[in-house]
Ligand binder design. Structure first.
Ligand code: DGL
Length: 282
């Protein structure tokens, strides 16, 4: 007698990708909320950052990575990158209409709900802030609330995180340049609209304590994304039923050693990592 297909599908992995290591800030919540899921993480570090690249390039990268992850058996995709979500989630859903595809977007709504000064700073890449998807989100939230959003493109910040410089003078200088003016204009809530930025959250909090006239809250949507993934897996009957811890495998278009070090430093995890070369067609 053959095994039923739904049973098999549930044990398949969830594919998670980002331009680089930023998606680890989402992956850590997935590991907590869905510990028995098998996971594939794809870091496109050889092509990072996405933030200043043309939209078509990001769409092509996202479709190529999705195809690769599906070929590895992925039963669902998490686009753990605001920039890639803004540019390509529509194209991904059109190409794979029956596949659960979960994206990330800046948490304007939760930020608007908690801001007391009614001024919210949004830190993201240039590509995210100039996207149609972000414009629509901002218009929708602005129509329902009296909050003013102060937008700040953080050129170079994802690169610093990618290099592992979470607290270096150059990183602190960038943060000072991008964040201080928002705080001085009265923002009491900062939205981390790029998945790389939660890794510099401690540095942002230190800065805010020094320069903000008001207490500051920081909004990161990583946990909300993990919960949304759980709901999508349930909806499609794809949640893994076994209680054991799932297996994590990782892929990178950059350096294996660097990704291994990053997993160790940021998440204390040691997945098997495969380097992907562009000759493979991705
Ligand atoms: N981590 C990505 C995001 O959430 C983008 C960083 C980049 O590659 O520019 O937007």
């Amino acid at each position: 007698m053959s095994q039923t297909t739904p049973m098999d599908s549930r044990t398949l992995p969830v594919g998670v990708f980002d331009s680089g290591i930023g998606g680890l800030s989402v992956l850590r919540h997935i590991c907590v909320h869905l510990p028995s899921e098998n996971l594939l993480y794809f870091a496109d570090s050889g092509f990072a950052p996405y933030g200043g690249k043309p939209r078509e390039v990001i769409v092509a990268r996202s479709l190529g990575i999705a195809e690769f992850l599906l070929a590895q058996g992925a039963k669902a995709l998490v686009v753990a990158c605001n920039t890639a979500t803004a540019a390509s989630i529509k194209a991904l859903r059109e190409r794979y209409p029956t596949l659960p595809v979960v994206g990330v977007e800046p948490g304007l709504k939760p930020a608007a709900a908690i801001s007391k000064t009614r001024k919210v700073g949004v830190l993201a890449t240039e590509r995210t802030l100039s996207s149609e998807k972000f414009r629509l989100l901002r218009e929708q939230i602005s129509a329902d609330t009296d909050v003013e959003f102060l937008l700040q493109a953080c050129k170079g910040l994802a690169d610093q995180v990618e290099k592992g410089e979470l607290n270096s003078p150059a990183t602190l200088d960038l943060l000072n340049r991008y964040v201080t003016p928002l705080l001085q204009q009265g923002a009491d809530t900062l939205v981390l609209g790029c998945t790389h930025y939660p890794f510099v959250q401690p540095a942002i909090e230190n800065l805010a304590r020094r320069v903000a006239p008001q207490p500051v809250s920081i909004v990161d949507t990583g946990e909300a994304v993990a919960r949304q993934l759980g709901r999508q897996l349930d909806k499609h009957g794809l949640r893994r039923q076994e209680s054991g811890t799932g297996i994590l495998r990782a892929f990178t278009t950059g350096s294996r050693t660097t990704l291994a070090r990053t997993f160790e430093t940021l998440l204390h995890l040691h997945p098997e990592i495969t380097a992907i070369h562009t000759e493979t067609g991705i």
